[in-house]
Design a protein around this ligand. Structure first.
Ligand code: FES
Ligand SMILES: [Fe+2]
Length: 393
């Protein structure tokens, strides 16, 4: 399903996506242990998952480790001496020790510290120590276990279940096409945070794609006092220009709603935008949000881009990761604004995460069994539907 329309008070997104309905949405998938077990199996083992950027491994031998407790594994991503980026389960073939312990590094081969087996950067098993004591061990059959690994727009994705053969580009579909030509690498200055949050991972995803809350939750961090008078309590001025729902992903185009948003331009020289970014060419545009199923958000603007990822740990505990990217600052003013923007985003995010924790803390009370979603929350409605579809609930 897909539609691009400019919203007015008269036009409703729900009318464009009648299949989604307008009824309340159950809270059960955010508190149920059994639902969480199914999500682990049917979503996080089957979906393409973003684990890093190509620029994280610029040189042959560069590697990083991404622990994925949601899939009971750790993944090693390495650029081989042949220049190819590959991913493997980070598990030694001898007695299954976690092979690489450090978060990142660079090397010509990997040595297991337990009994010294050696692997090449292409995953091949090179050395079995005391090999003559083994029983016809077949080195060719005992390399590192590969994990499907593909790259789109510089984002490295892995997929743990080899059973589903869909390519990354086919999986990303319209999300991939909209981002063609967006100059991610022209904005290389990166700030990163992560936080363990006591809430279900879907509350974090919902928080990122929630357009309704900005004027209320973020009034101090985002709005000037004079902008607030007459707004709060009446209507949210934060409504997207455009929304597109394309299973399993979704996209929306977000307006500047505060004078502070106009400061975005101070962060650096704006990049040229391809046709798929701000496609309505609205002058009051701030950024586009791509919600890549299941757990990645990519926000793209003209002087910054941001990624946010929600990794499930337990049904009520998650890891939230965020990175913000700017152009190289050309002067002290831009450098100052980048620092200001970084701190502002951190403050805004803390407000979001604290609401997620507060919500989770009462979600299992039984006081309410459903969320009541309004029309502007259709992206949240869509997200929950896609999760239920993949889980088969
Ligand atoms: S577990 Fe790795 S060498 Fe023994
Ligand atoms: Fe927020």
């Amino acid at each position: 399903m897909q539609a691009t329309e400019t919203i007015t008070d008269e036009r409703r997104w729900a009318a464009l996506y009648p299949d989604l309905g307008t009824g309340p949405v159950s809270v059960e998938p955010c508190i149920s242990e059994s639902f969480f077990a199914l999500e682990r199996e049917r979503i996080f083992r089957r979906a393409w998952l973003n684990v890093g950027r190509e620029s994280d491994v610029p040189h042959p031998g560069d590697h990083f480790v991404k622990d994925l407790p949601v899939a009971s594994t750790s993944v090693l991503v390495v650029r081989g001496t042949d220049g190819v980026i590959r991913a493997f389960h980070n598990v030694c073939s001898h007695r299954c020790n976690k092979l690489v312990m450090e978060a990142s590094g660079s090397c010509r081969s990997f040595v297991c510290r337990f009994h010294g087996w050696v692997y090449g950067t292409d995953g091949s098993l090179l050395t079995v120590t005391d090999e003559q004591m083994f029983f016809d061990i077949d080195k060719a059959a005992n390399g590192l276990t590969p994990v499907a690994c593909e790259i789109a727009h510089g984002f490295i994705f892995v997929k743990l279940d080899p059973g589903r053969g869909e390519s990354l580009r086919d999986y990303l579909g319209e999300s991939y096409r909209k981002l063609v030509g967006y100059p991610f690498d022209a904005m290389p200055t990166r700030f990163s945070w992560h936080a363990e949050v006591r809430c279900n991972w879907k509350l974090l995803v919902d928080s990122v794609q929630d357009i309704y809350h900005g004027i209320f939750l973020h009034q101090r961090s985002t709005y000037r006092q004079d902008e607030l008078s007459g707004l709060a309590g009446q209507r949210s001025p934060q409504r997207p220009f455009a929304v597109e729902l394309y299973d399993p992903h979704r996209w929306f185009s977000f307006p500047r709603t505060s004078q502070r948003h106009h400061l975005y331009g101070a962060a650096g020289r704006p990049v040229a935008l391809p046709p798929g970014v701000n496609p309505t060419r609205n002058e009051n545009w701030a950024w586009d949000g791509h919600m890549i199923f299941p757990n990645l958000a990519i926000l793209v603007g003209s002087t910054f881009w941001i990624t946010m990822t929600a990794w499930p740990l337990e049904v009520d505990r998650s890891l939230f990761e965020m990175s913000m990217y700017y152009p190289e600052a050309e002067n002290a003013g831009q450098r100052f604004y980048q620092e200001f923007g970084k701190c502002t985003l951190r403050d805004i995010t803390l407000e979001d995460l604290s609401v997620c924790e507060a919500t989770q803390s009462v979600l299992a009370s039984g006081a309410r069994t459903h969320f009541n979603l309004q029309d502007q929350e259709i992206v949240i409605r869509h997200g929950h539907k896609v999760v239920r579809d993949w889980v088969g609930a």
